[in-house]
Design a protein around this ligand. Sequence first.
Ligand code: IPE
Ligand code: IPE
Ligand code: MG
Length: 231
Amino acid sequence: MKENPKHVAIIMDGNGRWAKKRMLPRNYGHKQGSENLRKLSFYIFDQGIEVLSVFCFSTENFSRPSDEVNYLMNLFVEKFHSEFEEYKKKNIKVVFSGRRENLRPDVLEAMDKITEETKNNTRAILNLCLNYGGQYELIDAMKKIIKEKKEIDSLTPEELMHYFYQDLPPIDFLIRTSGEYRLSNFMLYQSSYAELYFPETYFPDFDEREFDKALDIYHHRDRRFGSIKEK
Ligand code: IPE
Ligand code: IPE
Ligand code: MG
């Protein structure tokens, strides 16, 4: 039996197209997507995955029409307030990656609440990437390194990861739904040796069965990390 990935990441894409296919407003797709994440995340943690990172909102998503941005921000506030009890009960620690600037005070407040309420949980980590951009994360890490006057000559690739928004292990398995084959500025450094999987399914339909299929595909991959390994 092959080992499960320790850190799974999902670029949750295709909410808008899921809604469009049903002649529904894009925002309805976001609502369905967020409901799917709630269920799917618990299922993923039940499989023994230790860390799940999900792309909720990119720094670039602020360029969308303001009614969609507002809808998403309202949805985050509503979800963080209504779901923290469940994450707390299930012993899941919720953390955030991304820049706090440009986020509304009520969004920051809801983020701080769910973080605080779940901070002592130990079973697994849900890393919500909100107002997140991989390039900004590298810039912000460099700023921290300079501020702390860290000796740069001895810096190792592993050590650099301690300066990111969250100190998490590298990504083993990265899934992007909806048939788009790009990273869109998501965890570029942490994905260096991740196995990549691009299912066609739109995120609101990416359910437990789809995840089982994904995990099976992962287990058939041959991770070599640059060396030669017999299968
Ligand atoms: C992903 O779904 C969710 C966010 C980016 C917030 P999209 O909104 O990108 O859906 P599509 O790609 O337009 O279908
Ligand atoms: C990436 O999806 C961001 C999230 C899933 C939150 P986008 O839909 O914004 O990415 P592009 O614009 O297609 O690259
Ligand atoms: Mg998209």
